[in-house]
Design a protein around this ligand. Structure first.
Ligand SMILES: [Zn+2]
Length: 264
């Protein structure tokens, strides 16, 4: 069966920006190394949560990817004319919730993560399976992951459980924009990818479905590192896709820029 006539729409990016306020409470070890700078805090579920301090050498983990192409690309968040990006000095930790995952897909998830890493110069680090449900309502700091921003969670759902997956939408992706532990610089964190198990099962039953399925996951991971949608139907970051499985020139440019943010 060919994919002719079958429209695979990806997603409405589900990113959120969280406003931080300065902390007025006690100090921890990291605060003592930043004396004079107030610790940023967010309120979640009625609790004040200190934005975790990032343990980093201050050096990029991998070289930045040179921008060698030009084309349409957008970013989900902009702050003072600069895109909000992940910290390239720490790994992009990610976990996978295998509940409901169609058979044979896990290698595609790993391949997609490796591909986005290669095109962005960010280092992705797989931390294994989780039982956390992938949801945009997740807490950005969770006991199960320790005192840090929660890793990117990738999970499976369907349109009954996740109405945004209705129809041909095969996935959703995004991240949270939040200040670092100190100062005003914003970073992305606690990303989420939700994939439609029914659409993936359909895709994988077609001849060219494997490449397209991996392209859907790459598209969602590109949202996680900050890319938004574009008008150009020749880019993978177009919000609908019928047959494209490779990054376009604007995608590549956007991915390289997304991976070249400042370190916390
Ligand atoms: Zn999208």
């Amino acid at each position: 069966m060919s994919l002719t006539g079958r429209l695979v729409a990806w997603c409405a990016a589900g990113a959120v920006a969280i406003g931080a306020v300065a902390w007025a409470g006690g100090l921890d070890w990291a605060d003592l190394t930043h004396l004079g700078q107030p610790r940023n805090v967010v309120e979640m579920d009625g609790q004040q949560i200190r934005i975790p301090h990032v343990d980093s050498t201050g050096e990029r983990l991998a070289p930045a990817v040179p921008v060698s192409t030009e084309g349409e690309h957008t970013f989900l968040f902009d702050e003072g004319g600069e895109p909000v990006r992940l910290d390239p000095c720490v790994p992009v930790a990610w976990v996978l919730n295998p509940a409901g995952m169609p058979e044979g897909v896990e290698p595609l998830v790993h391949a997609a993560a490796a591909d986005v890493a290669a095109h962005s110069g960010l280092v992705f680090s797989y931390e294994g399976a989780t039982d956390e449900e992938a949801s945009f309502g997740r807490l950005i700091v969770q006991e199960r992951y320790g005192d840090r921003l929660a890793p990117v969670v990738i999970g499976w759902s369907d349109e009954d459980h996740t109405p945004d997956l209705a129809g041909v939408t095969a996935g959703l992706g995004g991240s949270t924009s939040i200040t670092g532990a100190y100062g005003d610089q914003r970073y992305l964190g606690a990303g989420v990818v939700i994939l439609d198990r029914d659409d993936f099962a359909d895709l994988l039953s077609t001849q060219s479905g494997t490449a397209l399925a991996e392209a859907v996951i790459r598209h969602e991971l590109a949202h996680v590192i900050g890319l938004g949608h574009v008008e150009a139907a020749t880019e993978l970051m177009h919000d609908e896709n019928t047959a494209i499985t490779e990054w376009g020139p604007g995608d590549r440019q956007g991915l390289a820029i997304a991976g070249a943010g400042p370190c916390a």
